[in-house]
Design a protein around this ligand. Sequence first.
Ligand code: ADP
Ligand code: TYD
Length: 210
Amino acid sequence: MRGKFISFEGIDGAGKSTHIRYVADYLQQRLKAQKHQVICSREPGGTPLGEQLREVLLKQSMHLETEALLMFAVRREHIAQVIQPALERGDWMISDRFTDASFAYQGGGRHLSLEKLNQLEQWVHPDLQPDITFLFDVPLEVARARLDATRELDKFEQEKAQFFADTRNEYLRRAAQFPQRFRIIDSTRSIPEIQQELAAIVDQLLQQAE
Ligand code: ADP
Ligand code: TYD
């Protein structure tokens, strides 16, 4: 049977990376009997070429449309080399960001037309969507405070508050547009509380897959 595809989304500092490892380990435990793997990957990135382009995308300024085209070029490679083969083997795929990030960052944050993004999506993956998308949602101030406390900021993380307000709004708009796929995770709660909710959602997904 085809595996399931889970994507993790949210503005920078919302808590995505913190919870991906937890979900991957939790899932792997439960899939053990079926001998299926959990494959974790990320965008931009996920393949050797994608990781090279990630370096460029996170460091270098470029035309807004170049940025969007490169994000989708990375995605095309990621789908062909990693996501599609994993799902066909029956493995489960977890991606740290997918196309919703292009809508939120290039569309919401940078105001690229959503119509152009729709066209790119139709071109690159007309028949593929995540089965579940976890949207880690926090007010901007919480995300900023968490980020500032940790690491050196990349090109996107250095954007102003308005950029993140627009990005977050576009994520929330998409969550309202696709309620069956999105699960909004209130990331202001404690890590154990969030993990409990994630485990319950993953259990439901496993039941559907049986
Ligand atoms: P993202 O991957 O979404 O950019 P991270 O998972 O790296 O965010 O989290 C950013 C910082 O916030 C990290 O230092 C992490 O430990 C912390 N953090 C994440 N989730 C929570 C939470 N629920 N409560 C408190 N701190 C958190
Ligand atoms: P991110 O995945 O948040 O990595 P880390 O948490 O390790 O810093 O960083 C990737 C950045 O790329 C993030 O700021 C969002 C941005 N991005 C886009 O602008 N568009 C996209 O389509 C994708 C996938 C990411």
